[in-house]
Design a protein around this ligand. Structure first.
Ligand SMILES: [Ca+2]
Length: 357
């Protein structure tokens, strides 16, 4: 983190000085004042990553550049359904091609999931426990039946919604504050995914930001792809590719570099081929659907479905996907599903949107 700061500052100062020196626009006194007092990244944002682009910027009148200081990134989208002023920019989204895919886990895939679970410190608890609702055996069973699903094209956020993004919605009085103590260094960090939000909080944010929660089917297709990957990045588990936890006494696991939450996008090598980040780990994510099981503990019907939105109600709450920094390897699978009724330290979300016709 410190190194990044230094580099950004160095590059910013370099671009500023060289641009000013070559073209005589920046006043030297101004630059001398700024350089030692850099604190906020917004001050230097216009110069960050400047290479050849620095020349282009240097030709612009300075007062136009300063107009952008501290403002959100520009967006080329206008998602408002009504007339709403001062919306935030959209979190960067990617388009996912819909179509038919197999959602849920086959019996063989459930078996593989429990094998993966068995390698965890509490591995002996992975099989045979059918008493506890959320035992690995019961949770994995609710990934069945594997069934055919067809969804339309849609867009999904590249990253989880961050604390900084969410707090803009709070400031606009359209979202409830997250239920962590303000300033808590474990959660209240601008580029961490927001946590301690209810399903309704997540739905409110997505509506405000010009979107909606992804359906469970959309989420699974974004994570699995049409090639039916076991994990967002492929079929082989790799503990270095996501901010995972552990099925043990201490649920956190620092071997991925983060004991707690990680800034969103910290695992670029764990992205899906579409570039969607942190679909495994960091925070587990609310999706639109309710979570329910049938008498045999299966979570899905057998029949094929088109644009499914889940059951009308579920006593376990809404579905949560992708596992978190407190969950073991078997929760990192793209088909793994969990549910909650409350705001939790391990749950955040990302938004989706319909593709404009
Ligand atoms: Ca996640």
């Amino acid at each position: 983190m410190g190194g990044d700061w230094f580099l950004a500052t160095f590059f910013g100062a370099f671009a500023f000085l060289s641009g000013g020196g070559t073209y005589g626009i920046a006043a030297p006194a101004h630059s001398l004042q700024l350089a030692p007092s850099v604190r906020a990244p917004t001050v230097w944002a216009p110069f960050a990553g400047v290479g050849a682009a620095g020349l282009e910027r240097a030709r612009r009148p300075q007062r136009i550049e300063s107009f952008w200081y501290g403002l959100p990134r520009a967006t080329d989208r206008a998602p408002a359904s009504g007339i709403v002023a001062l919306r935030p920019p959209l979190n960067r989204r990617v388009r996912i091609t819909g179509g038919r895919f197999v959602m849920g886990s086959t019996t063989e895939e459930m078996h593989e999931a429990l094998e993966l679970c068995a390698k965890e410190p509490f591995g002996l608890r992975c099989r045979g426990d059918i008493e506890h609702v959320w035992s690995p055996e019961n949770a994995v069973r609710a990934e069945g039946h594997a069934h055919e699903v067809t969804v339309d094209d849609f867009e999904i956020d590249v990253t989880e919604v961050t604390v900084e993004e969410y707090m803009r919605c709070v400031a606009a009085s359209r979202c409830s504050p997250p239920k962590f103590p303000p300033g808590d260094p474990r959660y209240d960090v601008p580029n961490f995914p927001v946590t301690h939000v209810t399903w309704q909080d997540a739905a409110d944010y997505c509506e405000w930001a010009g979107g909606r929660l992804p359906t469970e089917a959309e989420w699974e297709l974004a994570a699995r792809g049409h090639e039916n990957r076991t994990f967002p990045w492929g079929n082989v588990y790799n503990p270095r590719l996501c901010n995972h936890g552990s099925f043990s006494d201490d649920e956190t696991d620092g071997r991925d570099g983060f004991v707690g939450l990680a800034p969103v996008g910290s695992f670029p090598d764990g992205a899906t081929p579409n570039g969607v980040l942190d679909m495994a780990g960091n925070v587990a994510e609310w999706v639109y659907d309710w979570y329910e099981r049938d008498e045999q503990q299966f979570g899905y019907p057998r029949r094929a479905q088109v644009n499914p939105k889940g059951p009308p109600f579920g006593i376990y709450g809404h579905v949560v996907r992708g596992g978190s920094y407190r969950d073991g390897a078997h929760w990192m699978r793209a088909a793994a599903r969990y549910a909650s009724t409350i705001a939790e330290r391990r749950i955040g979300f990302r938004c989706a949107a319909d593709v404009a016709p």
